[in-house]
Ligand binder design. Structure first.
Ligand SMILES: [Fe+2]
Length: 155
């Protein structure tokens, strides 16, 4: 399971989203390092973190009437569904299926961040300027995230 850590290039300039992403990556990192004895606890914590993270984003999308809310929600739903499928295995102490599913997560995260979350951040900057935005992110800049064998470039 490849680890992935927060790097400044991942910032979307919306503090509330950036902080959620940092918390998620921290949990993912804990899980990636977890020995079998701690795997199920860490897995369930990561799942809870993702559910919280997605709910927060979806609340923001509703609040600002984000134009891509349906597609964005579907992407969140697909990932949660994949993790829910392997949860019973994890609870039985069988971790192989979960580790395999989790191996796609770093790539999923970087892709989702660079495409969908970035669009949401731009929209929030326009529609909700009172949100604590760290830097001007419009018009979109070229974003390139390099991390070990992951490389996603948008713009
Ligand atoms: Fe998202």
């Amino acid at each position: 399971m490849n680890n992935i850590e927060w790097i400044p290039e991942m910032s979307l300039g919306v503090v509330i989203i950036d902080e959620e992403h940092k918390r998620f990556l921290h949990k993912f990192s804990e899980l990636a390092r977890a020995p079998d004895l701690e795997f199920s606890t860490c897995f369930l914590e990561l799942l809870e973190e993702l559910e919280h993270n997605f709910k927060q984003e979806e609340d923001l999308m509703e609040k600002c009437q984000f134009f891509q809310i349906r597609e964005h929600r579907q992407e969140h739903g697909k990932l949660l569904h994949a993790l829910h499928i392997v949860t019973p295995n994890v609870l039985r102490g069988e971790f192989d299926a979960a580790r395999e599913t989790l191996s796609i997560l770093p790539k999923w995260f970087v892709f989702h961040l660079s495409k969908m979350d970035m669009q949401l951040a731009i929209w929030l900057k326009l529609k909700e300027p009172e949100l604590n935005c760290e830097h001007d992110f419009y018009p979109p800049k070229r974003v390139s995230v390099h991390h070990s064998n992951l490389h996603v470039s948008v713009g």
